[in-house]
Write a protein that binds this ligand. Structure first.
Ligand code: ASP
Ligand code: MG
Length: 417
């Protein structure tokens, strides 16, 4: 670097995002700064989006809860947005200190406005003039992720993991040549490598498949970021900050060679099952139950209604484990209104899902997945499907075995076709 650095890089414009674990300490910050400076020296024009350092977001939340058991969402946003601002100022300073011109910007200085919903705001618009000006002047622009200004001038945050979405939205607004998401994992895997040691990195995955994987439990990228990539046609690359490697490219279907039957296996550990048994079989019953659950802010996942016998049937459904208490209370209320015979509520389930855009056009995929579970002696409690995924609910203590069985059945291991 040193004197050979370009005063004003004129190469490709790249948005890079660094996650909290890549910025966890002074040493991490220095290493990230060195990496960015080297990229700039190679001619790239850079907009860098940062998360809060390490566990800062969780630490700030814990601190707040000690002072207020039910803090307002507005104050939560006020507080959490400072984590990303601190990161941005620190990284910009670290860059300047090694001779790489840089400026930090808050989300609002970067022109990001949102719909104003505290703690889970959606980005409405990006007015990127300020960023463009800074980049044009030869500076690396470091933007605080996860934040934007709502309609009333209120500070809002974008939901956990929201800096990913900041990066993709900026890449779209700037018409950037690339969007790179750096973290401590080197891409998206065919299954969680902690559960399936043979899992391998997926070189390319479509937006739709990635959204399903994220929704079903894979935690590499915020779903909204992938959605934003899909809507604006931004190719996203997820890769490791400190380990070299190509990572995983998330792009449109056309860029993905084949629509494979099985792209990956996702899992979700903390699932609860509820059932209303012996509900009268008449119009409006399901509506009454699920409207009450929606009013109680409970997200319902899988739903099964059994065939009617003697004018009654059973309605079973699943919710996140943390919502069980609220869901059970609501279900019991609905059950007495509807004169159901009984209510079941059980924690301790898990969901294993196979994702692949090619499964819609290949018969027998569901059968093969069920065979894998049967051969492992694992009972399937519920099943749900979409065009590109099959999910099975199993007992929580068999979940990891189920993930391995399905992964092996579809030959997703390294070295397999
Ligand atoms: N710091 C926020 C979080 O931990 C946002 C982010 O990291 O993207 O969720
Ligand atoms: Mg974070």
């Amino acid at each position: 670097m040193g004197g050979t650095e370009p005063a004003r890089p004129s190469g490709p414009l790249i948005v890079q995002k660094f996650g909290g674990s890549s910025l966890a300490s002074v040493d991490h910050m220095r290493r990230v700064a060195a990496r960015i400076a080297a990229d700039r020296a190679a001619g790239r024009r850079l907009v860098v989006v940062v998360s809060a350092m390490g566990d800062t977001t969780d630490d700030l939340l814990a601190l707040l809860r000690r002072l207020a058991s039910r803090p307002s969402a507005r104050e939560v946003d006020m507080l959490l947005s400072t984590g990303e601002q601190a990161s941005a100022a620190l990284l910009a300073s670290a860059l300047t200190a090694i001779g790489c011109p840089a400026t930090s910007l808050t989300g609002w200085q970067a022109g990001i406005t949102t719909d104003g919903v505290h703690r889970k705001a959606s980005i409405r618009a990006v007015a990127a003039a300020r960023i463009s000006r800074e980049v044009g002047a030869g500076r690396v622009v470091v933007v605080a992720g996860f934040q934007g200004l709502g309609p009333g001038g209120e500070i809002t945050t974008l939901g956990r993991g929201g800096s990913d979405t900041t990066a993709v939205a900026l890449a779209a607004a700037l018409g950037a040549d690339g969007c790179e998401i750096y973290s401590d994992v080197d891409g998206v895997y065919t299954a969680d490598p902690r559960v399936v040691p043979e899992a391998r990195r997926i070189p390319r995955i479509s937006y739709e498949e990635m959204m399903e994987m994220a929704r079903l439990g894979a935690q590499v990228l915020q779903i909204r970021a992938v959605e934003c990539g899909l809507v604006h046609g931004v190719t996203i690359v997820a890769r490791s900050t400190f380990a070299p490697g190509p990572g995983t490219e998330i792009a449109g279907v056309a860029a993905v060679e084949d629509r494979v039957v099985a792209r990956g296996v996702a899992h979700d550990r903390d699932v609860a099952k509820l059932a209303l048994c012996g509900v009268p079989d008449r119009p409006g019953v399901a509506h009454r139950l699920f409207a009450a659950l929606a009013d109680a802010q409970v997200n319902v996942d899988m739903i099964i209604q059994s065939q009617s016998r003697a004018g009654r049937n059973d309605i079973a459904f699943t919710v996140a484990g943390e919502d069980l208490e609220r869901a059970e209370e609501t279900a019991r209320g609905a059950a007495s209104d509807l004169q159901a015979e009984s209510v079941l509520a059980e924690p301790g389930y898990g969901k294993v899902s196979l994702v692949g855009a090619g499964m819609a056009s290949h018969p027998g995929v569901a059968a093969a997945m069920f065979a894998a579970l049967a051969e492992a002696g694992i009972n399937i409690e519920m099943i749900s499907t979409s065009e590109i995924k099959i999910s099975c609910l199993v007992r929580g203590d068999r979940l990891e075995q189920a993930v391995r069985a399905v992964h092996a059945k579809f030959r997703l291991e390294a070295g397999s076709a």
